[in-house]
Write a protein of this length. Structure first.
Length: 132
């Protein structure tokens, strides 16, 4: 789990650095790495997804993988809080409680990432209970 989570974190960071502009830390990272251009994909919807959703999705999957690796009965609530986290953040953006832009595509992306984790975690919980 941990190696996969690290790979997902690195992939998300790479996408963020290559496709995002106007973010101070990205500009610093690009300068440090010697990258002087922002990548663009001609197809607008695909570019939007890659530039604005993919990094979040990869980082979210890394968080859930890490929580899954730590999961035991005493930490189940932490796992489910991790599942809810991006939804809470998007809601806070929608309500202007925190800066950012609410995006339905983010919600859809998080849901696609979360479903397999929720299903397999729930299945594993039932399986471990039945073995007791």
């Amino acid at each position: 789990y941990y190696i996969a989570a690290i790979i997902l974190l690195l992939a998300g960071t790479t996408v963020y650095i290559l496709f995002r502009d106007g973010v101070a830390i990205v500009e610093w990272a690009r300068q440090w790495l010697g990258i002087d251009t922002t990548l663009r994909i001609e197809q607008r919807t695909l570019h939007y997804f890659v530039a604005y959703c993919l990094s979040d999705a990869l980082w979210y999957a890394a968080l859930l993988l890490t929580q899954r690796a730590l999961l035991d009965t005493s930490r189940q609530s932490l796992f489910y809080l991790s599942v809810a986290l991006p939804y809470l953040l998007e809601t806070a953006q929608w309500m202007n409680i925190m800066p950012g832009t609410f995006d339905w595509l983010d919600i859809a992306t998080y849901t696609i990432i979360a479903i397999p984790f929720i299903v397999t975690t729930h299945s594993n919980e039932r399986h471990s209970i039945s073995r007791r």
